[in-house]
Design a protein around this ligand. Structure first.
Ligand SMILES: [Zn+2]
Length: 152
């Protein structure tokens, strides 16, 4: 039977956000979530041990970005000038982005950040290690999925 194998690694963090005045539901308010991301990776060829990527290497990349940029931060759309000004004035940890912080937007953006990190790993070099799917939970019951475009 033919097929291909992927691996997945999970990470969690706490982060505040709001969708602001353009949003008409409760998500307009500044609030926080325990976010969960599950990254799924594939490789053109596995390593000598048969691994897509060592779980420790994958997690180190994800944790470095999450701890540095997202954990206990407020993710803020630069278009939300009032919130951005407040965070700057307070000196609070913030992650400035160019999009409303919906889980859909966050998922696509985070997929690219994680791939940039995986690309720096010597263990991934030359083997086509690639993020193929990212699932980001905003709440235990609500999540978005990003999937890589198949090569054409
Ligand atoms: Zn929310």
């Amino acid at each position: 039977m033919s097929g291909s194998v992927t691996i997945s690694r999970r990470i969690e963090w706490d982060m505040a956000h709001r969708l602001g005045p353009r949003c008409t539901t409760k998500c307009k308010n500044l609030h926080g979530h325990r976010y969960v991301a599950i990254a799924t990776l594939a490789a053109d060829t596995t390593d000598d041990l048969g691994m897509v990527l060592d779980f420790g290497d994958a997690f180190r990349v994800m944790k470095a970005f999450v701890d540095g940029s997202l954990d206990h931060a407020c993710i803020v759309d630069r278009g939300d000038a009032d919130l951005l000004a407040f965070l700057i004035q307070q000196g609070d940890k913030r992650c400035e982005v160019e999009f409303p912080s919906t889980v859909e937007n966050l998922c696509s953006w985070l997929a690219a950040r994680f791939q940039e990190g995986f690309d720096t790993l010597p263990a991934a070099a030359g083997r086509g290690v690639q993020l193929v799917e990212l699932r980001v939970f905003e709440t235990p019951n609500c999540y978005a999925d990003w999937k890589v475009q198949p090569a054409s």
